[in-house]
Design a protein around this ligand. Structure first.
Ligand SMILES: [Zn+2]
Length: 238
């Protein structure tokens, strides 16, 4: 059940059958020269919409903006601060709790460290505050990491590389504008730098050239089935 489509009456009925909601998180973030800025949001929203067709669960509209660190200087990235992400997460979960929801899957299409830890920090605060609540916080890539690395042709694939390009080819091929060159960030860890583009000019981590629609379809199906499993797990988790 997609919250954006159902009515008040539908909600009242459905809450008798499930108290689980999935909240997808995305970004507006550069994904190389070839993928749309909403790649992360698009992928996770399509996954959870498909999940809602397979298992009884509420699906909330996405939190479309996220915390972007290494891509913060690239053209097109529009990020929010960790504080904003924590606050909106707390507000959404608290209010959904008031309406009867008890199990929350906060799942992100963006795997950035600060981004995920902001949602986690909010989650930790919420489990202290709310009674009888279960909260899962993760990125979709944590969930499918093992399955995906086994079938990937790129050894170190990540942002806008083989997988994300394949996923967008599968979901919205017309939005893929050619292919960016293979690239890997060379950020000078452990030093932080304001000038991130100097170390990562193309904003790609991996090799988009080996992406295909078929690979995208396969990865998409894995993401859907793992997320369905997660809904079952959270319903059994005490
Ligand atoms: Zn991405």
């Amino acid at each position: 059940m997609l919250l954006e489509e159902i009515t008040m009456a539908d909600f009242k009925n459905a809450i008798k059958k499930t108290r689980t909601v999935i909240v997808p998180y995305g970004t507006v973030e550069e994904h190389g020269r070839h993928l749309p800025l909403s790649t992360d949001t698009m992928v996770i929203v399509e996954v959870v919409k498909r999940v809602a067709k397979k298992i009884k669960v509420f699906v909330a509209p996405p939190v479309h903006y996220g915390v972007c660190t290494s891509t913060s200087q690239h053209p097109g990235t529009i990020g929010i601060t960790p504080e904003t992400l924590r606050r909106i997460t707390i507000d959404i979960v608290r209010d959904a709790y008031k309406k009867g929801l008890r199990r929350f899957i906060l799942i992100s299409g963006h795997g950035g460290g600060l981004h995920i830890s902001s949602i986690k920090e909010a989650g930790e605060q919420l489990i202290e505050e709310l009674k009888d609540v279960q909260i899962a916080v993760l990125s979709i890539y944590d969930l499918v990491y093992k399955d995906i690395t086994d079938i990937a042709d790129t050894e170190n694939d990540s942002h806008a590389g083989e997988m994300e390009t394949s996923l967008i080819l599968h979901l919205a091929e017309t939005l893929v504008k050619g292919r960016s060159k293979e690239e890997y960030p060379k950020l000078p860890k452990p030093f932080l730098t304001k000038n991130k583009m100097r170390y990562w000019p193309g904003g790609v981590w991996g090799n988009p050239a080996v992406a295909s629609r078929e690979k995208g379809k396969k990865r998409f199906e894995i993401m859907v089935s793992r997320t369905v499993g997660l809904v079952r797990d959270i319903e059994g988790f005490k």
